[in-house]
Ligand binder design. Sequence first.
Ligand code: ACM
Length: 698
Amino acid sequence: MIMKHFLFLFLAFSSCFVSVLAADGERLPAVGERLAADVARLIPAPATYVKTEGEMKMTGQMRFVTNVTAQERKALQGLLAEAFPAMQLDKRGKRVLQIRLIPPHHEAKQTANDRSEEGYQLRITPRDIHLEASSMKGLFYGVQTLRQLEEQGRVACCDIKDAPKYAYRGVMLDCSRHFWPKEFILKQLDAMAYLKMNRLHLHLTDDAGWRMEIKQYPALTEKTAWRVGATWNEWREQGQRYARKEDKGATGGYYTQQDLKDIVAYAAARHITVIPEIEMPGHSAEVLHAYPELQCEQVSQRNSDLCVGNEQTFVFLENVLREVMNIFPSKYIHIGGDEASRQAWAACPRCQQRMKAEGLQTVAELQAYLTRRMERFLNGHGRVLIGWDEILEGQLAPNAVVMSWRGEEGGIAATKAGHDVIMTPGRYCYLDRYQDYPPSQPQAFGSYMSLEQCYAYDPAGHLPDSIAKHILGLQGNLWTEQVPTMAHCEYMLYPRLLAIAENGWSHGKTDYADFRRRALHLQDVLVSRGYHPFDLRKEVGERAEKKTVMQHLAVGKRVVYHAPYAANYPASGDGALVDGKSGGWDFQDGAWQGFIGADRLDVTIDLGEIKPLKLIKAAFFQSVSAEIYTPAEVGILVSDDGVHFEQLDHRRYEVDTSTDFKVQTMEWCGAAKARFIRYQAKSGQLGGWIFTDEICVQ
Ligand code: ACM
């Protein structure tokens, strides 16, 4: 009865910081109030936790009482034996471990977003442990909590009522850019289960190699699962050539169908669904290498897009997906859909013919045509299509689930059309980004995403109910272009995956300082189990300037832009360069303003009256991989009347691209007087972007 009450409450208060009522009506303390003091061991934080007196030793004889089936009992005993090897479950024993399945609440909704069956209730006293849930999933998660609570063979007594906030708590691993052996994936599944995560999305195909055995198309793996160049960078430098397994120096690999069945079964035993991704129509250079007949006609340059005019493309994709569905029982099948260049289609007679026949006006609509056909095919087999948010362009397939990666906008737009969405916005969910001050880190991809930044995300918390109800959850994505080894892969995954796990599960997230303390503990646990997380204790952290607001003569003054800032990098708009706010290590953090185009940065600041000047400085961001460079030329002019300007400073700089990442300050010091300051910064031969956050005037 208690459990029923509890599940009902979760359905009712699912998207707010809950403080749950106990069955007797007593208000239980919410996590934020008690967790920090009482339970520094749990990630994700449970919905409610109440400390009680005493402790239970997880050693010796314990009477095991359960109402589950014999097979389920065996599974639970296996789990418990692994977690608590010094404990003997028996028919005798003074102390009792009771694990009970209870009927689900009759009002529990069976929707894609239903989370009630994953909840559990755990009560630990010095004499007994009671674990109850309405499903084996819930019991499994209760055991994970018990495992996390254990410290030197003991667990502290407590009362926990828990259920996840989101139904989808995932991680994506890119297996194409670098290949990850089966055992490595099983090891990550163990960690995911420990963190109560329930979806593993495998990016199985991409330009850098096809990784799944397809019996009907053996050339996919024979011709592209190995390559020249051990790392993705070397492969690119050496002309993106594929190899055969037997070729000297060839590196790579693929999963046999048996390997994938093993992965699926191992995951299922941990209540994790494996979602396969077969990329189409872009990111498919390897398919075109193995089966060149799927290339567009009249292609003049390297192209990664399948020909959508060719009926054989559909035959190929459906045959591949049939084999995929045979291996993966997942309801969801991911068809990629991101970053197709679509260029070859404009010149390809077959694609043009298809567009004419189907009344399609644009190449984006041609991609949407492919997505809709794939969706019909998958739906016909009882499956649901997931695609990256590009599938919104053209016309969204009617039943598709959208994975929103280019920010949240695509996902939000999809929910408005009634679609379910999984949030994976780059700023909070991309685990290929730098997790610490970039120069202190191995080469990563794109920008900076610290553990704190990752933890700040709640996929639906800030959205109205009408949108939030379609958000299934979130996923951390690890693209592996810059991740060449297994140890490095774990370094990028952990500890940020702990934040993703908590963001997906916990109703009342605690403050970051508390989370970090718990993450430090879990980091040690992971290390003790042979994982290789980034060491949070050595974290340098965010750019110091970002943490303070600058005071200077130009703060709040009027700025005239002689060349516009880029619409997609406006920072706070016209006042951004004089708002006193500095950017951090992430150029997308909303404090950096971006400029591209002929004139780059060219602004005049009006100080309102003539002022003595002694320092004018600006910081510039460089990220070579994002084509953002420090300026090659900076000019400063001053004026008293805003009409007649004279040059105060003009310098040329060498744009040093030997370091991928830096923030460089360029400054003028001296003595002058003026009311107007015109600041100009230009790019050199390399072109690219200029990013600055503030023009500081003293
Ligand atoms: C993506 O990051 N291209 C989905």
